[in-house]
Design a protein around this ligand. Structure first.
Ligand code: FES
Length: 211
């Protein structure tokens, strides 16, 4: 019977994520958490049994709606000699690997924000592949690189989102990630761009001790 279940994550209205047939779920230390064929994962930030839903979303009147003043989706391209960098700021989870790891290429507040000629194209490509949200992609030799065929996995970021790879997001509620290959799902309940993380966990100082 399990074989008929497709590996997927569904966003339930004003409630948890419903993860089906996900075999790898990791806590923020990288340790495996025991999985079930169908799991409900908290996205309101209030569960006492993180990462699983315990029904708190109903008690606190959690709303899973997007907010009007979220950063709008807009694709920008920074053209370089050997690599072009694409960014959708509306999908960014603000984990900041780009500005921390390659500051010559990516600089907050600079215009243009990215300088694709300021580092080796291979280094830039590797950095972009490490971005969990899917906000960044790149083109080399005319080929767009956006999906990387990663292993199906949900990985919890400490005090932050669920970083998902290789699992299709069921878009029946209208949620469309920038790439189906990898995306970050809000876990604190405060994102303006639900179900996706927009970095609001930093603003609300979301903390979870256990995961
Ligand atoms: S979504 Fe159900 S307790 Fe958080």
């Amino acid at each position: 019977m399990d074989k008929e279940i497709k590996t997927s994550i569904k966003v339930s209205k004003n409630g948890p994520y419903i993860a089906k047939d996900v075999k790898i779920l990791r806590n923020s230390k990288g340790d495996l958490i025991e999985t079930k064929t169908v799991m409900t994962l908290c996205r309101c930030g209030g569960s006492s049994n993180m990462p699983f839903c315990d029904g708190t979303h109903t008690k606190i009147g959690f709303s899973g709606e997007k907010e009007e003043d979220r950063v709008p989706d807009k694709m920008e391209t920074f053209v370089g000699k050997n690599i072009s960098i694409h960014r959708n700021r509306g999908a960014c989870c603000h984990v900041g690997y780009c500005v921390h790891d390659l500051p010559a290429v990516f600089e907050r507040g600079r215009n243009p924000w990215a300088d694709p000629d300021a580092a080796d194209p291979e280094k830039i490509a590797a950095l972009i592949k490490s971005c969990p949200s899917g906000a960044l992609s790149y083109t080399i030799n005319g080929e767009l690189n956006k999906d990387y065929s990663q292993e199906p996995e949900i990985s919890i970021m400490k005090d932050g989102p669920y970083n998902v790879t290789g699992i299709e997001l069921d878009g029946s509620d209208g949620s469309v990630p920038e790439t189906q290959d990898h995306y970050s799902l809000c876990r604190c309940g405060a994102s303006k761009n639900k179900p996706f993380c927009d970095g609001s966990h930093y603003d609300v100082e979301f903390r979870d001790e256990k995961n």
